[in-house]
Design a protein. Structure first.
Length: 231
């Protein structure tokens, strides 16, 4: 078994002679890098620290602009190590144009569409993801189309609006599912092709992704760190 040595830095605050743990930072200094260390090193290589300041706590590392405008003090990026991997939170405004959102349209009830799942498709696996989608959702996406919102009951949606629009053939469309409960994430194919995006209760203005692979972390962080820096 290979040996791994960790460097543990703990900060304490003492008030009235009583010590209180403020933060703990754990890094691998021998035997490889953990995902958090890999992430911070990658951000440094990308020049992220030139524009953003780091705030370390016992639960997460948050990054905000060094010179934010008035009222712009939110974190632009949050790294939170967990047992299952490294969780990364990014502003919804940054993620929305770059993700795939599958929905169920509730037009007959005149309610908002139900989100079945939000996904970031790895650019290196786009072709494989599209091929796997064809088995369950043929012609839902065109080749290379990995962003945007798509209803899995498109026919039902078009039938609802058929009186307003007549320049389409309803027979060209179908319902892939007839209720939100019918959606199965396994129908998207291998989970190696995409990352699932979840809500973040601690930072509700962000969405969160959990990553357990070094290769996927490098691809994801390189992609979005550049977008964040350019904003």
């Amino acid at each position: 078994m290979s040996k791994i040595i960790y460097d543990v830095i703990q900060r304490f605050e003492v008030e009235n002679g009583v010590p209180r743990l403020v933060s703990t930072n754990i890094q691998v200094i021998e035997g490889g890098e953990d995902l958090l260390s890999l992430a911070t090193n990658l951000l440094a290589q990308l020049g992220f620290y030139d524009k953003f300041e780091e705030n370390r706590t016992s639960q997460y590392i948050g990054y905000r602009l060094k010179n934010p405008g008035k009222g712009a003090k939110r974190y632009q990026l949050v790294l939170a190590p967990r047992k299952e991997g490294l969780c990364i939170s990014i502003s919804k405004d940054v993620l929305i144009p770059n993700i795939l959102c599958l929905q169920y349209s509730n037009v007959w009830n005149e309610e908002p569409s139900t989100d079945l799942g939000k996904f970031w498709i790895l650019p290196s696996k786009e072709d494989r993801f599209w091929e796997s989608m064809q088995f369950h959702y043929p012609n839902l996406l065109t080749l290379g189309q990995t962003t945007g919102s798509f209803a899995l009951n498109k026919r039902e949606e078009l039938e609802y609006y058929s009186n307003e629009f007549s320049n389409f053939n309803i027979n060209d469309y179908r319902n892939f599912i007839n209720s939100p409960e019918e959606f199965d994430i396994k129908s998207l194919g291998s989970s190696d092709y995409y990352l699932v995006i979840n809500d973040d209760k601690l930072f509700p203005y962000t969405w969160q992704i959990c990553i357990s692979s070094k290769e996927v972390l490098e691809e994801f962080l390189s992609y979005f760190a550049k977008i964040i820096m350019e904003q």
